[in-house]
Design a protein around this ligand. Structure first.
Ligand SMILES: NC(=O)c1ccc[n+]([C@@H]2O[C@H](COP(=O)([O-])OP(=O)(O)OC[C@H]3O[C@@H](n4cnc5c(N)ncnc54)[C@H](O)[C@@H]3O)[C@@H](O)[C@H]2O)c1
Ligand SMILES: *[C@@H]1O[C@H](CO)[C@@H](O)[C@H](O)[C@H]1NC(C)=O
Length: 309
């Protein structure tokens, strides 16, 4: 039977570890990435949604780090353009036309990648879509598609590539989610649900890896606010001086830094860390007042998005 002293000891150990890691995080925040970056030269990086926006920029960033690239997109011409740019930088590149909402396509493309490029070291789940309508106006087919692309595709790619990462105790799974995966937004119910799903998947996966003792396999989840890639064209930012839309180049640079540092969580811009804390602390009605003030109730009123889709 455990004595009271054992219980006290257990609590003290927890307190010690919490304080230790807290201090560690504060110290590491001041260490430049160049000092603590892991070496990813020669590694194989798979990026979904590489034919545009953040996916394309990430491909080019990884190319500058001398990585080999497996680029996936449903849009072959966009993907081809990215490949051309990356090849121009001297990278080894393979493109794959994959609709990540189709599990069978994911699995068959995954085995093709492994046979052509070897094991994937860094998997970046970046492909994403948005309906951009009030929930009752969202066509069922778009709700299905949104969940498939923004959440479920992460399941299938991880199922395909994680086993080899585990057996080598080496790898990194990056999930490009969104601040809409942390905070609900009017007019984005299906999108928010899918991004909350991606965030929850990442967090659970991280716990599972920890429980397995696989300290060589890392995860990073990225939660950016609006980015000017075209995906959310038309959306209004209420107070640009406080919370402005992000430049795609800044976002891709920050993502690479987070990967090189094995950073688990990246929220952009930093102000949103404060929002997250307030959401956890304040009563719901206060959170409504704050999100409304920041424009979350009307942000989607002027949404245009990408005209083609
Ligand atoms: N743009 C923003 O404001 C913003 C904000 C936060 C998070 N994000 C997320 O960042 C990621 C990248 O967004 P972006 O702004 O670069 O968008 P984007 O539209 O420029 O690029 C998305 C890419 O994904 C591809 N894609 C879409 N459906 C696919 C499918 N079924 N199979 C394979 N590829 C598919 C598209 O063809 C496109 O090339 C997305 O997950 C998005 O949700 C975007
Ligand atoms: C596919 O990519 C091309 C090249 O970037 C772009 O012009 C086109 O609009 C995209 N098509 C769709 C359906 O998104």
């Amino acid at each position: 039977m455990g004595s009271v002293w054992d219980d006290v000891k257990a609590v003290l150990v927890v307190v010690y570890h919490v304080l230790y890691y807290w201090l560690e995080a504060i110290v590491l925040a001041f260490v430049p990435t160049s000092v603590m970056a892991k070496d990813i030269a020669g590694q194989t990086v798979l990026i979904t949604g590489a034919g545009s926006g953040i996916g394309r920029l990430l491909a080019l960033e990884f190319a500058t780090h001398n990585c080999r690239l497996a680029l996936w997109d449903v849009n072959s011409s966009g993907n081809q353009e990215t490949a051309l740019l990356a090849k121009g930088m001297g990278a080894t590149v393979r493109t794959y036309t994959v609709d990540v909402s189709d599990r069978e396509q994911v699995y068959s493309a995954a085995s093709k990648v492994t046979s052509e490029l070897g094991h994937v070291d860094i998997l970046v789940n970046n492909a994403g879509i948005v309906t951009g309508q009030k929930f009752l106006d969202c066509p069922d087919s778009m709700i299905d598609k949104t969940m498939q692309v923004n959440t479920m595709a992460h399941f299938w790619t991880v199922k395909a590539f994680l086993p080899a990462m585990l057996s080598r105790n080496h790898g990194h799974v990056v999930s490009v989610a969104s601040s809409a995966g942390l905070l609900g937004v009017t007019g984005l119910a299906d999108y928010c649900s899918s991004k909350f799903g991606a965030v929850g998947f990442d967090e659970s996966l991280r716990f599972e890896l920890k429980a397995l003792g696989k300290d060589g396999v890392h995860t990073t989840v990225v939660c950016p606010y609006l980015i000017s890639t075209g995906m959310f064209d038309g959306c209004q930012v209420k107070f640009p001086w406080l919370l402005n839309s992000l430049e795609p180049e800044v976002v891709s640079e920050e993502i690479i830094k987070a990967v090189l540092r094995n950073q688990e969580f990246l929220i952009l811009p930093r102000l949103l860390y404060i929002f997250m804390a307030l959401k956890g602390l304040l009563p719901v009605k206060c959170v409504h007042v704050l999100s409304d003030y920041m424009g979350a109730s009307h942000m989607m009123d002027t949404f245009k998005g990408r005209k083609s889709s």
